[in-house]
Ligand binder design. Structure first.
Ligand SMILES: NC(=O)c1ccc[n+]([C@@H]2O[C@H](COP(=O)([O-])OP(=O)(O)OC[C@H]3O[C@@H](n4cnc5c(N)ncnc54)[C@H](O)[C@@H]3O)[C@@H](O)[C@H]2O)c1
Length: 255
């Protein structure tokens, strides 16, 4: 068990990649804090699954785009488990629109959840670790789109590019406190965020043609790397982005 006696907050973990990470962390012996924004039933299911295999787990409702909710999330985690050792900034959203049609509302929505949420969750984690004089790990679930352009998802790309710089900055600024900060950049993972793609066989086949490993990723593919980056084995790893994309980012082919 690689995370025994560690407490981990995983934002947006009632489904998708976050859920995969929460359930894997429970298998690795972590106390798991399942943050969710709306679906309490699914969050409770993740908690139940963790408890069924002997892990401690709680669900905490909260919108990561609101600093007051983030404070409440950390307060709940600390009152249940005494401390937080690992933060996985997973919550994320996207909106599809050509650049010239992006509304202020959609821009704010994407930036507030993805970038502001990641920023202030990381700040709450840093304050907690510095105050309690303990080391810790922050892992941000970014995207291949922190580097790779994605037409019609400009706000999403900007939000993930921001997370790339946030990670580099924090790695440098927080290193002196023993806080490691890294990004995981998933490619195309089979989760509800991709439901339009998954329901469109033509689009899906075209995409699969551009993935050297010839399949979509699964939440478990991301969870394995999240375990490593959150474990003592990654004590000298900070400030980097790790791609979990089946080779998608570097795909190039000529007919
Ligand atoms: N699936 C992919 O192909 C893929 C690729 C690259 C990056 N990602 C990133 O992975 C992360 C997880 O996405 P997913 O694929 O599991 O999609 P998902 O839609 O299944 O999961 C996103 C989760 O975030 C939660 N969430 C949204 N807004 C929130 C808020 N304000 N506060 C708290 N929680 C909130 C949702 O309720 C949901 O549980 C996201 O950051 C996403 O950008 C996903």
């Amino acid at each position: 068990m690689k995370l025994k006696n560690k407490t981990a907050i995983i934002t947006g973990s009632s489904q998708g990649i976050g859920r995969g990470i929460a359930e894997r962390f429970a298998q690795e012996g972590a106390n798991v804090v399942v943050n969710y924004i709306g679906n309490m039933e699914m969050a409770n299911e993740v908690v139940q699954n963790a408890q069924n295999i002997g892990a401690n787990a709680i669900a905490v409702q909260g919108d990561v785009s609101k600093v007051a909710d983030i404070e409440n999330l950390f307060a709940n985690a600390i009152s249940s488990f005494g401390q937080v050792d690992i933060l996985i900034n997973n919550a994320g959203v996207e909106r599809h629109a050509p650049f010239w049609e992006v509304t202020e509302k959609d821009y704010d929505f994407v930036m507030n959840v993805n970038t502001k949420g990641t920023f202030f969750c990381a700040q709450a984690m840093a304050k907690h670790l510095i105050e309690t004089k303990r080391r810790g790990k922050i892992v941000n679930i970014s995207s291949v789109h922190e580097d790779l352009p994605f037409p019609n998802f400009t706000a999403y790309c900007v939000s993930k590019g921001g997370i790339k710089m946030l990670t580099r900055n924090l790695a440098v600024e927080l290193g002196q406190y023993g806080i490691n900060v890294n990004n995981i950049a998933p490619g195309a993972i089979e989760t509800p965020i991709n439901k339009n793609l998954l329901n469109n066989p033509n689009k899906l086949n075209y995409l699969l043609g551009q993935i050297p490993l010839k399949r979509l990723g699964q939440p478990e593919d991301v969870a394995g790397l999240a375990v490593f980056l959150s474990s003592d084995e990654a004590d000298y790893v900070t400030g980097s982005t790790f791609f979990v994309d089946g080779g998608l980012t570097w795909f190039y082919e000529e007919q």
